[in-house]
Design a binder for this molecule. Structure first.
Ligand SMILES: NC(=O)c1ccc[n+]([C@@H]2O[C@H](COP(=O)([O-])OP(=O)(O)OC[C@H]3O[C@@H](n4cnc5c(N)ncnc54)[C@H](O)[C@@H]3O)[C@@H](O)[C@H]2O)c1
Length: 595
């Protein structure tokens, strides 16, 4: 028979602790909630009440259940109140000496058989455990923020944690409605080891004015389907906590520069901008603790103001006959713009036209557009194999093969053919846009318009501004995206723009984690989905994107930024060499042939 855990203690009622109290109390466990001062206790009680009241308002919790839930919680100042607890979960700030002191004290106060757990995100559970006389009863229980919502708990066993302690905590997670993954004691465990490099890199992008906070966040939400952008997530985590986690991961995790906290984080912490909990972090909130973002001085100008600087675009040229070109033609034609498609020959034009018809017909079958709308969209497209037909368009988008020499030659020709003031855009996902701009005599009019595949479905377009792109060109490009009902994010002309630059290093890190035998592809996929709300785990995504494509993008990032941590994972290279390219060939990280 495993342990019952009839009574549980939680130490520290901040962002995490208050949520952890709620998790236990919701599941019928009596909780003693402990803080350091009366004021902190009061604040912690406020967080808990706020959360359960919200649940009642949203109809997710009955009033009597809330009252019963709150009835299970006892609030107290000081650890002495925990003498009868079967399990104590510590959630105080991420500092080793503080946690060690608390564990030494818990060891003295708690009954000998009690299990002591830490919610640390990055500190060594082993180092915390040796502050007690019972290291075999110390374990990591790493909940995710917000604890009542996120399903994952990382259970961290040290080399001395007793087997029955691990089994009993795993069983308890099940009772709490959580899914556990059990892992050994390594900085950042699974989820944070994969998450924090990405968060830090996003802050670095903001610090270098690579893109605005809104655009960085929108890019990751719309480009990757993440529940929140990285900067909004930093605000939720708390910048002080995030700083400590990064700092510890940097020191414990082999001094990977990507974990060295970006200076801006420390500055914001010093200035008291801690995120949601203090009412201001990367964004400004209605009041401390509120999730409601309000406008501040960094809020972008309204769309109308920005659109005033834009040039009118009624007719567009799309060059190319591949997947992206076809998707882009469809997007423009459906939005009511006239489109001139230019391919290398009549045969390519015929194929592209067929592909467009197939896609539009699918839309009709799925009820996304009517037959009349389909016919109107088709009627807006003219098919040509002669680039001279682009003489009177207002915008050109090229989506030809990803080769610099080919694209440069194309831009030089466009420069000869197109009327002045036309926006010349490239859909390149990896070449420097400035190279294409400089192939023309009008670099101010050249911009990147990076659509995502499938273009008719994906809501995001990265608008890539080079150091020569004019304001009017950026304004026109963003206005065009809005007219297509796409969300434009403006970024600088650097490898991977926003989405790929933030996404692929994370995927590469996941591969390195499997390579190091720290965890399995299944556990990692689960951890990211259940702990961070990602729509797909990294290995599922790698298999969909294609391992060859992923490797190529990662190589580009590594070559441009020379960041040692970006070096492609050898396992990724080997899988590509072995021909395991992902779903498209039936095998990647997983074997699809048998499914
Ligand atoms: N914020 C997150 O998203 C997140 C997610 C998972 C895990 N964690 C981990 O959870 C732990 C807590 O982080 P947080 O974000 O909740 O921090 P927080 O700053 O929001 O809360 C910490 C609380 O601990 C209290 N405290 C400090 N010293 C104490 C003591 N001696 N006795 C009792 N209470 C004390 C503080 O008053 C404060 O209320 C950290 O180890 C962190 O790494 C955080």
């Amino acid at each position: 028979m495993g342990r019952e855990f009839a009574s549980v203690g939680v130490v520290g009622l901040g962002t995490m602790g208050a949520g952890i109290v709620e998790v236990f109390a919701r599941n019928g466990v009596a909780v003693t909630a402990v803080e350091v001062t009366d004021a902190a206790l009061h604040r912690g009680e406020g967080i808990l009440r706020g959360s359960v009241d919200r649940a009642v308002r949203k109809g997710k919790l009955a009033e009597e259940d809330r009252d019963a839930l709150l009835g299970r919680v006892t609030f107290a100042v000081g650890l002495d109140a925990l003498h009868a607890a079967d399990l104590v979960v510590e959630a105080v700030p991420e500092q080793l000496d503080l946690k060690q002191r608390i564990f030494a004290e818990l060891d003295r106060v708690c009954k000998p058989e009690a299990i002591l757990a830490t919610n640390t995100s990055s500190l060594s559970v082993t180092e915390i455990s040796v502050a007690t006389g019972r290291p075999n009863q110390v374990i990591g229980m790493h909940f995710f923020n917000p604890a009542p919502v996120m399903k994952l708990v990382e259970v961290v066993r040290t080399v001395v944690t007793a087997e029955d302690v691990v089994t009993d905590i795993e069983a308890l997670c099940g009772r709490l409605g959580k899914v556990d993954v059990t892992i050994s004691d390594r900085a950042g465990f699974i989820a944070n080891a994969l998450l924090f490099g990405y968060l830090n890199q996003a802050v670095s992008m903001l610090e270098s004015r690579y893109a605005t906070r809104e655009d960085i966040d929108a890019a990751m939400r719309l480009g990757c389907g993440l529940p929140m952008g990285p900067l909004a997530l930093m605000d939720l985590i708390g910048l002080d906590t995030a700083y400590e986690i990064l700092d510890t991961m940097y020191r414990r995790g082999g001094r990977d520069r990507r974990h060295a906290p970006v200076p801006l984080i420390k500055q914001m912490v010093t200035a008291g901008l801690l995120g949601r909990k203090s009412g201001r972090g990367f964004y400004t909130y209605e009041k401390p603790g509120s999730p409601v973002v309000v406008a501040d001085e960094a809020t972008p100008r309204s769309d109308a103001e920005a659109a005033a600087a834009a040039r009118g675009v009624a007719k567009v040229g799309v060059i190319g006959s591949g997947t992206m070109a076809t998707g882009i033609i469809e997007v423009f034609a459906r939005a009511g713009l006239e489109v001139v498609s230019v391919t290398r020959g009549a045969e390519q034009s015929g194929r592209t036209c067929e592909a467009l018809k197939t896609s539009l017909n699918k839309g009709v079958v799925r009820g996304k557009l009517t037959e009349a709308e389909r016919d109107a969209a088709l009627g807006r497209v003219t098919w040509s194999a002669t680039i001279e037909h682009l003489a009177d368009v207002d915008l050109v988008i090229e989506a030809v093969v990803e080769e610099l020499s080919v694209k440069k030659a194309l831009f030089a020709s466009l420069d000869e053919i197109c009327k002045p003031g036309v926006v010349l855009a490239t859909t390149t996902s990896s070449l420097p846009v400035i190279e294409l701009a400089m192939a023309t005599e009008r670099p101010a009019d050249v911009v990147g318009l990076h659509f995502f595949n499938p273009a008719p479905v994906m809501g995001l377009v990265e608008v890539v501004r080079t150091i020569r792109t004019s304001e009017a060109t950026v304004a026109t490009a963003t206005a065009v995206c809005r007219a297509l009902a796409k969300h434009p994010v403006v970024c600088a002309d650097r490898s991977g723009f926003v989405v790929n630059a933030l996404l692929f290093p994370y995927l590469n890190d996941a591969v390195k984690m499997v390579e190091a035998s720290y965890s399995t592809a299944d556990d990692i996929d689960n951890a990211m989905k259940l702990g961070c709300g990602y729509p797909m785990g990294p290995f599922e995504l790698l298999d969909v994107v294609g391992l060859d494509v992923s490797l190529a993008i990662q190589r580009e990032l590594y070559l441009e930024l020379r960041e040692p941590g970006f070096a492609p994972a050898p396992l990724l290279e080997h899988l590509v060499t072995a021909g395991y390219l992902g779903r498209k060939v039936g095998r990647g990280f997983r074997d699809y042939s048998k499914r």
